[in-house]
Structures are given as structure tokens and as C-alpha cells.
Design a protein around this ligand. Structure first.
Ligand code: ADP
Ligand code: MG
Length: 447
């Protein structure tokens, strides 16, 4: 537990008012977490801060309590927190509302997918604190409904994710338009050189605060395992695992929205209570899935990385990486959905024969060796004919490609030159020319 909490200090020691301390207590918080103990006093004093700690260590309250402390009820739009997803906007607003229940501050979540008219009416009531996604915040600012010059404390939550999903320009635009004197706080699970640069550019003498002592990125309470599996066995293996592990609530991550839908359909067909969650779903449906999850009414959620960012739901006891991600940071975020607040959780990654390297990347980043889990009573299926044919064709294509390679003059994008990965499906920047398509009939191994 001491890994997360600072049992030496209390919230009253951190410079928070009595109203706020009461709200914190009503939320069941006894001691601050390490990042809270470090960040809150400095933020309350008004410093600009770049804060880092692992997922599930209470970064929301770390930036949220100072906002509640510093903003007065007669100051509209004085607090602005930017978050990467709509779900997170709702969740963070809810948490700050709970923590600030004894203050008389008005909060509002501002995010896309909601009717502009309804949100505009709410903004006209001049809330004190806005929690929003960058796109909708800019939209509301353009309509003159959300004046940046009133902001006294601006926060960027999950900065690493924000940059991942291509909010770079939006963030720069928003921060760049706040020319007046104000406080800026960034929090993130990982800090990259790009984030440091962003901090230097938009902050005044920022304090670098980190709560992670070891180089280990994952929370210790997560038991991590991988299962070696052929692509065609994955769905069956998932059903087998869910039966065997009997998780209270399992979160299954897939790389694409199509896979999310297919895997969810397959589970449903086999009588498993399952919900899908991805960005192409209607916002109302997304909200209802999140609500079921929070109310403890869901058993299995199959999700895209939409749900990997910051989502905090109790009792997620199992995270399955149905598709192990190309980017190891994403793995860390995904497994951070379990074992929250010092509880235990399990994370199982499916690794196909081609994906060993991806597992290595995860191990290098997290500095943890992920052990193999052998499913003794799982019988692997035969290689489907379709795959056999495709592999044969692929081998042939590689041979042909080799022959023609010497003549190829294609200049390829280079990953080191800061490619915008959002332009490519799954964020994978090609490092080699596409394989010869053979009249469009060639299938890759992973399709
Ligand atoms: P992070 O943003 O670092 O991933 P969150 O802010 O989402 O983490 O917090 C994770 C969970 O821990 C939330 O449910 C939050 O309410 C809870 N929490 C935060 N701080 C404390 C604390 N000091 N004591 C108990 N629970 C806490
Ligand atoms: Mg968070």
C-alpha cells in the first residue's frame, strides 16, 4: 500500500481548506497518494507544474483539489481542465463534484457528441470550472461562450494520451491563446521529451514533480501474464479464459473497432453478458455502457483504446490485451484499468507468433518480466486452409518482392523524423513498402 499512499501526511497538511478536506473525507480518502502529497501544496501556492505518476495513483485529485482550492465561486471559467476523451470529461467532472461537494463551485463537462444548444445554455450560467475535450472547448471558445482570459488555472490531464491521439495542434492553440498570467499544470503517466518541450513552452519555471521512485511503470498489484496463441484461436481462447478466470468485471482491449464488434458478437453468441465500447458508437450508447460498468451491472466489456485512457471503474479484476498494442505505453495504460486503489488485478496478453517483439517492448518499458501462462486444458485448433493459402502466397510474394527490390526507388517515411502516427491505421507508421498486392487478393497474416 505504501507504494501508493503517503501515510505520513493528511490532506489538511497540504494547504487545503476545511470545506475541501471534508469533501475529501466524504469520498473516503484517508491519506493522500504520493503524487497528491507532492503536487497539491505546490499547486495551491500557484506554481506551474509538470507532474508524473503511474496510472491509478490519484492524479485527478492531485490537480483537481488545487483547482477547487484556488477558484472562487464568483469567478466564472477560472478553472479549465482538458482531457482526451468524453468519457474522461464526465468522470473527472463527477470526481471533482464529489470532492468539492462542500464548496459552492459550479462545474461543467464540455465535450463533443452532446447538443451544442444544451451545452451553450449551461455555459451561459457561467460555471466556475470546465472539464472538457479540446475540440469542443475550442468550438465553445469560438462561439464566445468560453472565454480563455478568465482562466486562472489550466490543467492538461493525460498529456501523453493527448499527444498520441493527435490533439497536438488543438492544445497548442488553446494554451497559445491564453496570453494573460495564469497557472498551468500538466499531469501524465509518462513524460516524453515532447511533453517536456510543451511544458517549457507554455509554463513559467515549471516544477518537475514525479512520484515514481523505481523505473517500474506498472502497478505492482497487477499480475501480468501472456498466452501464446495463433490468431485463429483467439476468440475461442478468450471464451475459455473468461470461463476459467471468472472475473467480476473484465475489460478486453482490441486494436480496431471492427475487432471490438466482432469479438463482442462472438461472446454474445456464446451466451456471455458483454458490452462493446468504441468511438464509432453513438454517445448515448457510450454513456450507457459506462454507466452499466460503474453500477456494477456489466461483466465483460470489449473496448478500443477509448477505454484505456484514464477510465476509473471499481472492480475491474481482469484486463485482456486481445491484441497486444504496438505502442508499449498503451499497454501500461490498459492494464492500469485494474488493480486500482491498491487492489489486486490480473492482466493477460494474447501474443501471436509474430508478436514476440511487441511483448519485448512492453517488458523493456515496464522493466517487468511477463511470465507465460499455459492453458493446459485449451486445445489449439488446426491452421485454417484460408491462412495456409495466404501464408503460402505471402511467402511467394516476399520472394518476388526480393527480386524486384533492387529496382525499387521508393523513399520511405522514417519513424525517427517525428511522423504523425495518427495518419496511419492503428498508429503504425510503415517502415517498409507495402507488399506486392497480386491483384488485391493477397491476405496478410494478421487480417
Ligand atoms: P490516475 O489519474 O492517476 O490514473 P485517478 O485519479 O483516476 O488515477 O484515481 C484512481 C482512483 O483512486 C479513483 O477512484 C480515485 O477516486 C481514487 N483515489 C484517489 N486519491 C485517493 C486517496 N488519496 N485515497 C483513496 N482513494 C483515492
Ligand atoms: Mg487520470
Amino acid at each position: 500500500m505504501s507504494e501508493i499512499f503517503d501515510s505520513q501526511s493528511t490532506f489538511a497538511d497540504l494547504g487545503l481548506s476545511e470545506d475541501i478536506c471534508r469533501g475529501v473525507k466524504d469520498c473516503g480518502f484517508e491519506h493522500p497518494t504520493h503524487i497528491q502529497a507532492k503536487l497539491i501544496p505546490k499547486a495551491v501556492e500557484g506554481h506551474d507544474i509538470l507532474g508524473q505518476s503511474k496510472t491509478g495513483t490519484g492524479k485527478t485529485a492531485a490537480f483537481g483539489l488545487p483547482i477547487l482550492q484556488r477558484v472562487n465561486h464568483d469567478e466564472p471559467f477560472a478553472g479549465l481542465a482538458l482531457v482526451p476523451t468524453r468519457e474522461l470529461a464526465i468522470q473527472v467532472t463527477r470526481e471533482l463534484q464529489n470532492l468539492g461537494q462542500h464548496t459552492n463551485l459550479k462545474l461543467l463537462a464540455v465535450y463533443g457528441g452532446q447538443k451544442i444548444g444544451i451545452q451553450a445554455a449551461k455555459l451561459e450560467k457561467k460555471p466556475n470550472i470546465i472539464v472538457g475535450t479540446p475540440g469542443r472547448v475550442m468550438d465553445m471558445n469560438n462561439r464566445g461562450l468560453l472565454p480563455y482570459n478568465k482562466v486562472r488555472i489550466a490543467v492538461l490531464d493525460e498529456v501523453d494520451r493527448m499527444l498520441d491521439i493527435g490533439f497536438r495542434e488543438d492544445i497548442r492553440r488553446i494554451l497559445g491563446q491564453m496570453k494573460h498570467k495564469h497557472q498551468t499544470v500538466f499531469v501524465s503517466a509518462t513524460i516524453s521529451p515532447e511533453i517536456e518541450k510543451l511544458a517549457r513552452q507554455y509554463m513559467q519555471k515549471p516544477l518537475d514533480l514525479t512520484a515514481d521512485d523505481a523505473k517500474q511503470l506498472t502497478v505492482d498489484q497487477v499480475t501480468q501474464r501472456f498466452v501464446a496463441v495463433e490468431p485463429w484461436d483467439k476468440r475461442r481462447l478468450l471464451r475459455h479464459l473468461l470461463k476459467q478466470e471468472k472475473p467480476e468485471l473484465a475489460l478486453v482491449f482490441c486494436r480496431t473497432k471492427i475487432t471490438v464488434d466482432r469479438v463482442a458478437e462472438d461472446l454474445k453468441r456464446h451466451g456471455i453478458d458483454v458490452q462493446a465500447l468504441h468511438a464509432d458508437m453513438h454517445q448515448g450508447k457510450r454513456n450507457s455502457v459506462m454507466k452499466r460498468m460503474r453500477d456494477g451491472k456489466a461483466h465483460v466489456i470489449v473496448a478500443s483504446d477509448l477505454a484505456a485512457r484514464g477510465i476509473d471503474v471499481d472492480d475491474i479484476t481482469l484486463v485482456v490485451n486481445y491484441d497486444i498494442p504496438e505502442d508499449p505505453d498503451i499497454y501500461v495504460h490498459r492494464i492500469g484499468r485494474t488493480a486500482r486503489r491498491g487492489r489486486d488485478g490480473r492482466a493477460i496478453a494474447f501474443v501471436t507468433p509474430e508478436q514476440g517483439e511487441l511483448l519485448n517492448k512492453v517488458e523493456q518499458l515496464t522493466n517487468v518480466e511477463v511470465e507465460e501462462m499455459v492453458c493446459a486444458d485449451f486445445e489449439p485448433g488446426p491452421e485454417p486452409d484460408k491462412v495456409k493459402r495466404a501464408r503460402k502466397a505471402e511467402a511467394k510474394a516476399i520472394d518476388q518482392n526480393r527480386e524486384s527490390k533492387s529496382r525499387s526507388k521508393v523513399v520511405l517515411p522514417d519513424q525517427q523524423t517525428g511522423q504523425d502516427t495518427t495518419k496511419f491505421p492503428g498508429g503504425i507508421v510503415p517502415t517498409a513498402a507495402p507488399k506486392k498486392r497480386m491483384g488485391g487478393r493477397l491476405r496478410t497474416r494478421r487480417s
